[in-house]
Design a protein around this ligand. Structure first.
Ligand code: PMP
Length: 450
């Protein structure tokens, strides 16, 4: 059993300023915060500033940041080349109704690097990118149903959200809500979304064959982070691709998070050739961004063509010069060598953590790839969403681990992918591994189930 950590520092002593801010926040915002993903244990940690691989909170705690704004900050905080270009732009105007050359430069970079992106449009978030990719697929195919995979997170567009979590919960009410995506979702959404299990090739042919005529697209994150950050099986991707091609169904790869896996993106890494890619996060250099890219023929649904209405895609801040220029610099600095360096650090952390767990004979396993990793409180390494769902006992273990890391100066996301950034060094990785070692020692000596 994992009981609460007894050596936890007194929260109020080390988070006095954060606690005060939280009290103020609670008076003016539902739950005191502006995004459901903020970790509230013990209180939200309010940030004062970021410095490379670290952030400093309002109580002057310095923390190695493995969250990186949910994997966005591939260069860590306050990356100097981005700061420089943005500082210049701030004095030249930050948003216009007109286009600027900055958007073409970022489009040039993406179309030249990512094989599946022939044309691209910019928006302000990953949610929007997925939403417009779905709209494009529907317009192109003339069909409306979306297939997606259990446990994967694709942002907050209704049809991308349905069936997002809790599908395997026994509670019937929770299951009904999960099917729709969130409390208050229109019931009709459930009719146009099919949720399958990732890595299960048989489900593609058995479940989809009978309804292929109404399916516009299959939405797939090549390595869904929330679902467990497990590797896609090559055979599964092959079956999926063949089925889609045979039935006039488009493949939409959600690479909002996983574009950071490789110079050419995650789909190319795993041999997937999608018709559309939705991306975001790292391509904005720390500023709001999303992008829909894909085959020119499919992307032409956004164009004014004779006799056909385009899919309307606007956005007051879409392609604003700050996000475009910051993203360009950040991506230019992500050379092939920079990806290779991050991959080596990722290998070091995944191997190191796994070895420590084995040495302790502990029930922890590690998944991930490139600059991403996730520590599961599970003896058997998850290979799909079902096997990665935490029991309440396992969730307590994971919570203890996150707390232990935090008490030792490392921000490890709970239930999500941890990510590395270019300012990190081998010494940072070794520190992560050593804290994990200490955590398992502590858990053992307290006769916890490690
Ligand atoms: N898709 C994936 C795979 C994501 O990880 C996220 C964000 N975590 C989104 C879509 C939504 O992106 P955003 O938060 O920028 O709207």
């Amino acid at each position: 059993m994992c009981s609460a950590l007894t050596n936890a520092r007194d929260a109020s002593a080390h988070h006095a300023q954060s606690s005060d801010l939280y009290t103020r926040g609670l008076k003016v915002m539902p739950q005191g915060i502006s995004r459901a993903t903020v970790d509230l244990d013990p209180v939200p940690i309010y940030v004062e500033r970021g410095e490379g691989a670290y952030l400093v909170d309002v109580d002057n705690n310095r923390l190695l940041d493995l969250n990186n704004n949910f994997t966005t900050l591939i260069h860590g905080h306050a990356f100097e080349p981005v700061a420089e270009v943005v500082a210049t732009l701030l004095r030249k105007g930050t948003c216009f109704s007109n286009p600027t050359a900055h958007e073409i430069a970022l489009a040039d970079l993406l179309t030249s690097r990512i094989p599946a992106i022939e044309k691209v449009r910019f928006v302000n978030s990953g949610t929007e990118a997925v939403m417009f990719a779905i709209k494009a697929a529907r317009a192109f195919t003339g069909k409306s149903t979306i297939v997606r995979f259990a446990g994967a997170y694709h942002g907050a567009y209704d049809w991308a959200e349905a069936g997002q979590s809790g599908v395997y919960r026994s509670n019937i009410a929770a299951r009904a809500v999960a099917k729709l995506g969130y409390r208050g979702a229109p019931r009709s959404i459930g009719d146009d979304v099919i949720v399958l299990d990732f890595n299960d090739k048989n489900q593609i042919t058995t479940t989809l064959s009978v309804q292929s005529e109404r399916i516009a697209a299959i939405l797939i994150d090549p390595m869904p982070s929330r679902a467990g950050l497990f590797t896609p099986k090559a055979e599964f991707l092959d079956v999926l691709t063949t089925f889609a091609r045979d039935h006039g169904i488009l493949l939409i790869a959600d690479e909002v998070l996983n574009l950071r896996q490789d110079y050419t993106g995650a789909s190319a890494r795993y041999g997937l050739a999608p018709d559309l890619i939705a991306t975001g996060k790292i391509i904005g250099g720390g500023f709001p961004i999303g992008a829909i890219g894909g085959r020119a023929e499919v992307m032409s649904v956004f164009e004014n063509r004779d006799g056909e209405l385009p899919v309307p895609q606007g956005g007051t801040f879409s392609a604003n010069p700050v996000s475009m220029a910051a993203g360009l610099v950040a991506m230019q600095e992500m050379t092939k060598e920079a990806f290779t360096k991050l991959e080596a650090l990722g290998d070091r952390v995944r191997t190191g953590l796994t070895e420590i767990s084995e040495r302790h004979d502990a029930a922890y396993t590690v998944t991930g790839a490139a600059s991403l990793f996730r520590i599961h409180p599970k003896r058997v390494r998850p290979t799909d969403y079902r096997s990665s769902i935490m029991s309440s006992e396992e969730a307590t273990c994971a919570r203890n681990m996150t707390r232990y890391f935090h008490h030792n100066g490392v921000l490890l996301p709970f239930g999500a992918a941890a990510s590395l950034s270019t300012p990190m060094m081998e010494t940072d990785i070794d520190r992560i591994i050593s804290i994990f070692d200490d955590f398992l020692h502590t858990a053992e000596s307290r006769k916890d189930r490690p």
